[in-house]
Structures are given as structure tokens and as C-alpha cells.
Design a protein around this ligand. Structure first.
Ligand code: PRP
Ligand code: HPA
Length: 184
């Protein structure tokens, strides 16, 4: 299962962002190229395992967009993209995002109170982005029925699960200077 994803992760180069060993991969970076067979494998898996009884798919700029788009095209469910840019629209919700190597602001538009949503993203590491996303969706009055990250590294997903959030991940990995290791 997920053979293309596993194979491609084992080939992912690492570069240092401060102390953080950042792996570079088609799903998480769009580099060197996003192959249709890989994205199809990922989205097929999400369709098989996620709760898609939702009004909207929510993803986060930038590297959730290709996954969210492919899922939206396959399911005919609209896509809402949380942006890193302020639009100043009425009801826009701003939250702070902290990852293992960056800090910034996220801006949510397009969610109405009571909307049932699934959150999809490429990777969960510290969980900072997922937490900011869930805070924004709570403020918007959305009902989050599922959260799916393709790749899990580090302890963020477990930490969020400990806080009562339902998080699904497809593959757990570790990354150090030597490369990516697949944990399951
Ligand atoms: O669990 P975390 O530590 O928060 O890391 C996960 C987040 O990091 C990446 O986003 P990033 O903000 O680097 O932006 P990008 O999608 O534009 O590459 C990735 O797309 C996730 O959203
Ligand atoms: O190591 C990583 N690679 C790509 N995207 C990421 N987002 C958090 N960590 C990573």
C-alpha cells in the first residue's frame, strides 16, 4: 500500500532550516515534480479512509493546495484555501501559525457557521499549522468531521490527538541528516 509515496520519500533530499532537517518531496514541496500517479495514489487513499460527508474541503496554502484540488475534482466538494495573505473581507479570521522553522499568520474566509468540513494537508510535524487551522475553523463555527495529513513526522499529531482532536495520517516518517526513514 502507498508504494509510490514510500519509494519517493526514501529518495527525498534533506536540507537544514536552522536545526530542522527538512525533507524535500513532491507532495510537500512540489519538487522536483508532482507526478499524476503519486497524487492519484494519495487522493485515492484519502477517499477510501476519510469521512467525506462534508460541505467543504479545507486546506492550507501552499502545499495542501494540489492535494485539496485533486480531492475536490474527484469528489465534487468545494475547496476552501486558508491563505497566508490578508484579504480584509467581512468575517475573515486570522490566526497565528508556528511550525518547526517558521512563524506567520493564516487567514480563513469562506466558511459559514455549521459547515461540515474535512481538513487536508501535506504533512503534520509540530502540529502548529493544524492547531492554527482548527482554531480558525472553531472561530468560524465549522464542524470539523475529519483531519487528514498525508505524512506524519515528529510528535505533533499525537499531541493534538491527546487534546481530543481526531487526526488521520497516512504514513509516519522520521528525517535526519541521512534522509527519511519510514516508521510504518
Ligand atoms: O506541523 P507543522 O510543524 O505546522 O508543519 C506542517 C506544515 O508545514 C508546511 O507548511 P509551511 O508553512 O512550511 O508552508 P508551505 O505549505 O507553503 O510550504 C506544511 O505544508 C504544513 O502545512
Ligand atoms: O520536513 C518537511 N518537509 C516538507 N514540508 C514540511 N513541513 C513540515 N516539515 C516538513
Amino acid at each position: 500500500m502507498l508504494e509510490r509515496l514510500k519509494r519517493s520519500l526514501l529518495e527525498a533530499p534533506i536540507y537544514k532550516r536552522g536545526d530542522y532537517n527538512y525533507f524535500i518531496h513532491p507532495i510537500t514541496d512540489g519538487v522536483p515534480e508532482v507526478r499524476p500517479d503519486l497524487i492519484r495514489e494519495v487522493v485515492t487513499h484519502i477517499i477510501r479512509t476519510a469521512n467525506l460527508d462534508v460541505d467543504k474541503i479545507v486546506t492550507i496554502e501552499a502545499m495542501g493546495i494540489h492535494i485539496g484540488t485533486a480531492l475536490s475534482l474527484s469528489t465534487d466538494i468545494p475547496l476552501v484555501i486558508i491563505r497566508k495573505r490578508r484579504y480584509g473581507l467581512p468575517g475573515e479570521i486570522e490566526v497565528s501559525q508556528v511550525t518547526g522553522y517558521s512563524k506567520g499568520q493564516l487567514y480563513l474566509n469562506g466558511i459559514s457557521p455549521g459547515d461540515r468540513v474535512i481538513v487536508v494537508d501535506d504533512v503534520i510535524s509540530t502540529g502548529g499549522t493544524a492547531l492554527a487551522t482548527l482554531e480558525a475553523l472553531k472561530a468560524a463555527g465549522a464542524q470539523v468531521v475529519d483531519v487528514v495529513a498525508v505524512i506524519e513526522r515528529g510528535s505533533g499529531a499525537e499531541r493534538l490527538k491527546g487534546q481530543g482532536y481526531q487526526i488521520k495520517t497516512m504514513l509516519r516518517v522520521d528525517a535526519d541528516e541521512g534522509g527519511v526513514r519510514i516508521l510504518d
